[in-house]
Write a protein that binds this ligand. Sequence first.
Ligand code: 13P
Ligand code: SF4
Length: 354
Amino acid sequence: SPSDPDLVERARAAKEKLGDKVFVLGHHYQRDEVIQFADVTGDSFKLARDAAAKPEAEYIVFCGVHFMAESADILTGDDQKVVLPDLAAGCSMADMATAEQVAECWDVLTEAGIAEQVVPVSYMNSSADIKAFTGKHGGTICTSSNAERALNWAFEQGEKVLFLPDQHLGRNTAVRDMGMSLDDCVVYNPHKPNGGLTTEQLRAAKMILWRGHCSVHGRFSLESVEDVRARIPGVNVLVHPECKHEVVAAADYVGSTEYIINTLEAAPAGSKWAIGTELNLVRRLANRYADQGKEIVFLDKTVCFCSTMNRIDLPHLVWALESLAEGNLVNRIEVDKETEAFAKLALERMLALP
Ligand code: 13P
Ligand code: SF4
């Protein structure tokens, strides 16, 4: 839907008043009405790298979700303030791993006598606390665009990986990209004693996957892949690695949001694509390439927007920008110093991956 022209004008005016003092970052899943004001757009890896690209900007307005704003705070200078236009923009996957649960898991691994062999690899989609846990225990962060490199690095440091919080990204990377078997993976359920696993299972596993998932990508099904192939002959199925293993195994291409964009940009006219990722991005790409004769459809009509990404809308962005332009620092995301130090260690290990 077209954005309210009055709000568009107000956002433009507030941004102009702020000038170089503000730097607006936008994740690919953001609404069109918001993404039009982003100075930089990207997947979570690109945004983590770009967050520190404008040290002269006093305010970083993060159009994305809470864990991304935390990461931006960790990676930028103390004098740069990160603002999340709606504090309710969280991530259900990140909420599936709490600091207490992860500490308890580490105790279980210690009891089983394997903690020393385990390297934690945490997906970017996790709280700063989980990133700090990861840094403290010699691990790294990864995103969907570098998960294989992160796992290769981790297996040089130890024999086993604790992958959290997205079981699907962990399994898909291990099995699809690195040739491990499904039997090399076990799922640790934080709601069960001992994670629902026996000591033997923990000792035999190479990949200990946290039982978390994305509430958007987790809903694409194998049937949706089969249906679209029957409906659109010759269609290329391209999905995000947060999808279930059976969906990824049935797809033609798998990758992060940035990969999806680049693949469609390079696709020839006349090609047909079914995309399994968040709806705002798929719609934007379908519109962008419609006049080049690239047919782009959403993989499954029962899957919807990411509701928390969608919390950032034009009214919230206008409110944040106008507040900043008037000198009111609103909705600042600030990670405490101790958490920041260890989380930064883990994030810097990721940024240094070969
Ligand atoms: P990427 O942008 O890194 O592919 O991440 C997808 C996602 O779910 C972000 O919340
Ligand atoms: Fe979290 Fe999934 Fe939404 Fe990304 S798309 S913010 S992983 S719920």
